[in-house]
Design a protein around this ligand. Structure first.
Ligand SMILES: [Fe+2]
Length: 360
């Protein structure tokens, strides 16, 4: 009797287990998916944004033969620090410590910052800490302003705002569309909206201004010259240096005047341009520039596998050149991913600083 009970008792649970197996699989898959999503989010928020890399680049300027030091001109480029201050200070100081470690003992000629120093006025102290963290350059420090140095935005409103803009455009197009085309357009509206977002700078509502005058003054006091639509002649005959460095104001929030910046530069003199926003490449004066150094794109900031950058924040730069080096006509262009971000996450577009060696 006891034996019979022992044999028959497990039959129920075994059968129940067999019936539950698909559910267990589904539950397991959900758990695994949730864990993977949590791991990716943790990485994107807590790991990658702090993992600043030092990248090295050599740029050849054939037109600068005899006007560069024999060992070349070494430029350390910082960009897009986006410092907030306040609650972000600890995170920002961790980035500064990382930059200090990466540049310890570095010998170089020019320090440049290609804009978006701050995200909010409260980030200024951390910007000055960042500049103090790198070794002083041999020849000088220069910068240009980015859109965030002037303005802050409600980026969380960008997608709904862009949906409204997109729909308004669609309504206009619909007036010229036949009804079958209108039907097709309606059926594919969401897909085309995703395409629109991917290829259009995010349209965050402007929520206020940063004190660009105060920022400019603090940077000048530190020893960094801000090139607002002007150029400087880097002329040091004792080391064989004779080239021009120009800067333009921001394309979105400033008044960029490349023509004014370079008007007094003699024809044929080698010229490097700092522009926060690489969309300056559509300027008619671009062919006069040998090398453009930019930031702004954050390298896409989030690169989705098989999809690429979630968005590029530019209108005139091909998607494949959202960061790195490319040629535009006779002009060479380099876009850094920068070292900060407004929304504090990055995925497969890590932060960087760059040591650029310019040789003839
Ligand atoms: Fe930026």
């Amino acid at each position: 009797m006891l034996r019979a009970q022992f044999v028959t008792a497990p039959a129920g649970p075994i059968s129940a287990r067999r019936q539950a197996t698909p559910l267990w699989w589904a539950g397991g898959a959900l758990l695994a998916g949730g864990a993977a999503a949590a791991a990716i989010l943790t990485y994107a928020f807590q790991v990658e944004p702090l993992d600043i890399r030092l990248e090295r680049l050599t740029v050849r300027l054939p037109g600068a033969a005899g006007r560069l030091p024999p060992a070349g001109l070494r430029i350390l480029q910082l960009s897009d620090s986006h410092f907030h201050g306040g609650k972000r200070t600890r995170r920002e100081q961790a980035k500064i410590a990382r930059v200090r470690a990466l540049t310890a003992g570095m010998e170089y000629d020019l320090l440049i910052h290609t804009g978006d120093f701050i995200h909010f006025d409260g980030g200024l102290e951390n910007v000055l800490d960042l500049l103090d963290a790198v070794p002083r350059p041999r020849l000088g420090a220069f910068g240009v302003f980015g859109n965030h140095d002037y303005t802050h935005y409600a980026m969380e409103e960008a997608l709904p705002r862009m949906w409204r803009t997109f729909c308004a455009q669609e309504r206009q197009y619909d007036q010229q569309r036949s009804w079958p085309v209108r039907l097709g357009a309606a059926a594919t509206r969401w897909l085309r909206y995703v395409h629109y977002v991917r290829n259009t700078p995010l349209d965050g509502r402007r929520t206020g201004s940063n004190d660009a005058g105060r920022l400019n003054q603090a940077l000048e006091q530190w020893g960094m010259t801000i090139l607002h639509n002007r150029a400087t002649h880097l002329y040091r005959p004792e080391i064989g240096l004779d080239l021009y460095l120009a800067g333009v104001d921001d394309v979105i929030e400033g008044r960029p005047r490349l023509g004014d910046s370079i008007r007094d530069i003699p024809a044929g003199a080698p010229l490097i341009l700092l522009s926060h926003n690489p969309d300056i490449i559509v300027s008619p004066q671009l062919p006069r520039v040998d090398l453009v150094l930019s930031g702004h794109t954050h390298g896409g900031q989030i690169k989705v596998p098989l999809w690429g950058p979630a968005h590029t924040q530019v209108e005139h730069v091909p998607r494949q050149h959202v960061s790195g080096f490319f040629q535009q006509g006779r002009t060479q262009v380099y876009i850094t991913r920068g070292l900060g971000e407004g929304i504090p996450l990055r995925f497969r577009a890590g932060p960087q600083i760059t040591l650029i060696e310019v040789v003839a």
